[in-house]
Design a protein around this ligand. Structure first.
Ligand code: PRX
Length: 649
């Protein structure tokens, strides 16, 4: 039997103990699709509302009028739902377990402590004049203060925009401009894998960009005590800001459709876009998916290894687990520091029950050999989950056998920044597991596969993955550009949300994500627009033209392969390659570093001047036999040169 056909049936224990079993799933799914108002009206009660909603679903995917509203006349506060409402029952329960980069550093924060910290910081933000509806930018290390700042924004109705700490000053600048932030929150430095990351310096450099005109205050958390430049008119230490702040702070009453946060993500064209997520539907969906998909039970320790700078960190480190009164573990470090056994050691140390990571991390550990986990027992883990990219069956099996001691279901969760929460995933008590298969839609989610004309394909088939109707956690718009939101997601296939992913449905009706079908690549679970990397490349004075494609990479899933045509008078040297890599790191950030750069005299173009990426992708993947029809190229001989000089790996 090939790996892909292996099936791990639901165990009788899980069928018995999990929140949802097969019969319940069938009945609930049916209701969620046939009577969404009843279903979501009921589920909405998992969140505390200030003014209860009387309307539930009011959504349209019509490309002339894309409008998505859930619970639109209800009011609530997200921070209240994550904190205040738990105080009476579980004020002394640990809300956040924080594990430092240094294994000797950790911290436990109870709900009551977290509540007071959030209130104090919210009062600090108020002192800076932060008002309901304004966007506050965060550029933070993985420390509890990142979550505290997010929840403090939510408390006073400010909209947070978290920028992943691996982005460059230029990326900070463009995002701050896009969101017109007045306040930026950062840290002197961060620790990652034993190294110091210059966060404040990056913010300073970013804000020096002449396009940034709005920033009045930079709040700086002291994390490492490292030296930083100080602008006394603008900068304020976190601890000084809150020194005289009260530890109670009233909540702002937010409409369900008021924005909770924006989060920038890459697409196939243009600059990264700030996805707008709103409050009511997002909270309901975050809470419900966290409970059912991870089968989270009260008292359990749950660890999602993502960074809060990504949507996974927003929904499944902060909002979902805290809305559910859970204990969420936040990890500052990396899987390989001090050694590759770290994930297992942290699981033992904090008795983690549920562990959620990315396939790239699994493959990095797998590459170290089975004994990499020998320093831990991981006996507390009962459920493993995966996100960010397709998990190949080999990595799945390793994750199951080594990380999970062959006793934990693996929940492969498919979703996107745009979707707010998980849309397709197996459920532990419902789905027989197939390695590499994202499996079944969550409640309310109607996936479909369409051909290039948008015709819905039935049965066992492969096509473009679309979602036919709205779910509460869905992003509502692109910040400041609703038309772009409509164009990007709702015009390719009219009346449907287009995910940008390809997908196969097997004979059992289960969904297998096959990867992006647009010009987006996925490098170590980080999503990147090839156009973004290209435009960074051509901004370099030596570069005439550049084309960027992904290629299969053993650890990262996809690597970045760049074809570069240099200006006439420029010599192609190894030093120039190094310089170009440095350049992209500066323009976008280390996550966009090209893996391979091939200099070439020309690129394959059609007579109308369009680059044929299909050919470049094949050459980068070393699949040079089946290049298909090249007769439409303006100069077919370019292809031979590209093949001849393709890079070894
Ligand atoms: O291609 C899919 C891939 O990641 C993309 C979304 O990236 P991002 O918005 O950064 O969010 C990542 C975390 C939710 C998707 O379009 N992707 C994510 N999860 C999976 C996946 N591909 C296959 N299987 C998954 N489980």
């Amino acid at each position: 039997m090939s790996e892909q056909q292996k099936v791990y049936p639901v165990t009788p224990e899980l069928a018995e103990s999990a929140w949802i079993n097969k019969e319940q799933y069938a009945a609930m799914y049916k209701e969620s699709i046939e009577s969404p108002d009843t279903f979501w009206g009921e589920q909405g009660k998992r969140i505390d509302w200030i003014k209860p909603y009387t309307k539930v679903k009011n959504t349209s995917f019509d490309s002339h009028n894309v409008d998505i509203r859930w619970y639109e006349d209800g009011t609530l506060n997200a921070s209240y739902n994550c904190l205040d409402r738990h105080l009476e029952k579980r004020g002394d329960q640990v809300a956040i377990i924080w594990e430092g980069d240094n294994p000797n550093e950790d911290k436990k924060i109870t709900y009551r402590e977290l509540y007071h910290e959030v209130c104090r910081f919210a009062n600090g933000l108020k002192k800076l004049g932060v008002k309901k509806g304004e966007v506050v930018t965060l550029y933070m290390p993985m420390v509890p203060e990142a979550a505290i700042a997010m929840l403090a924004c939510a408390r006073i109705g400010a909209v947070h925009s978290v920028i992943f700490g691996g982005f460059s000053p230029d990326a900070i600048a463009s995002r701050v401009v896009e969101s017109s932030s007045r306040v930026v929150i950062t840290s002197d430095e961060g620790y990652r894998g034993g190294k110091n990351v210059p966060l404040k310096e990056n913010v300073d450099d970013g804000l020096n960009n002449p396009n940034v005109k709005t920033v009045e205050h930079v709040v700086v958390l002291k994390r490492t005590g490292g030296d930083v430049d100080w602008n006394a008119d603008r900068d304020v230490w976190w601890h000084e800001l809150i020194a005289d702040c009260a530890d109670e702070c009233p909540i702002e009453e937010m409409n369900a459709e008021d924005p909770l946060f924006i989060l920038f993500t890459s697409g196939s064209t243009g600059a990264p876009k700030g996805l707008k997520h709103t409050t009511g539907g997002y909270m309901v969906y975050a809470s419900m998916t966290h409970q059912y998909i991870f089968d989270y039970k009260p008292g359990e320790v749950y660890w999602c290894t993502a960074d809060v700078g990504w949507i996974t960190g927003h929904t499944y480190i902060v909002y979902g687990p805290l809305a559910n009164g859970g204990t969420t573990l936040m990890f500052e470090g990396v899987p390989s520091y001090p050694d590759y056994g770290r994930f297992g050691q942290v699981c033992d140390k904090h008795q983690v029950n549920i562990f959620y990571t990315a396939p790239t991390a699994v493959r990095a550990l797998m590459a170290q050999g089975d004994d990499v986990m020998d320093s831990s027992s991981r006996s507390s883990i009962r459920l493993l989950a995966s996100v960010g990219e397709p998990i190949n069956p080999e990595a799945w099996e390793w994750y199951y056998r080594v990380m999970g001691n062959s006793k934990c279901p693996i929940i492969d969760t498919w979703w996107q920044t745009e979707t707010g929460g998980i849309l397709i995933a197996p459920l532990a008590g419902v789905t027989d597991l197939k390695p590499g298969c994202a499996s079944i839609p969550f409640f309310g989610v109607q996936p479909a596969l369409v051909d290039s004309e948008g015709r819905i394909l039935e049965g066992e088939t492969e096509g473009n993955l679309v979602i036919l109707d709205a779910w509460p956690g869905q992003g509502r718009s692109i910040w400041g550009d609703h038309e772009r939101f409509v164009q990007t997601y709702f015009t390719t296939y009219k009346g449907m949300y287009f995910t940008g992913d390809g997908c196969r449905r097997d004979a059992d009706g289960l969904y297998w994500i096959t990867g992006r079908v647009d010009d987006v690549i996925n490098v170590s679970g980080h999503r990147m627009g090839t156009a973004e990397v290209e435009s960074a490349m051509v901004a370099h004075p030596s570069v005439a033209e550049a084309a960027v494609v992904g290629y299969p990479h053993d650890i990262k899933g996809q690597g970045i392969y760049v074809y570069v045509t240099l200006n006439d008078d420029v010599e192609a040297t190894d030093d120039l390659k190094k310089e170009l890599i440095k350049w992209v790191r500066k323009e976008i950030g280390p996550i966009a570093s090209p893996d391979l750069i091939q200099f070439s005299a020309g690129l394959p173009k059609t007579r109308s001047g369009k680059i044929m990426r299909r050919i470049l992708r094949k050459i980068a993947a070393n699949e040079t036999d089946g290049l298909g029809d090249t007769s439409t190229l303006a100069d077919p001989s370019v292809v031979d040169e590209l093949i001849e000089n393709r890079l070894a790996r």
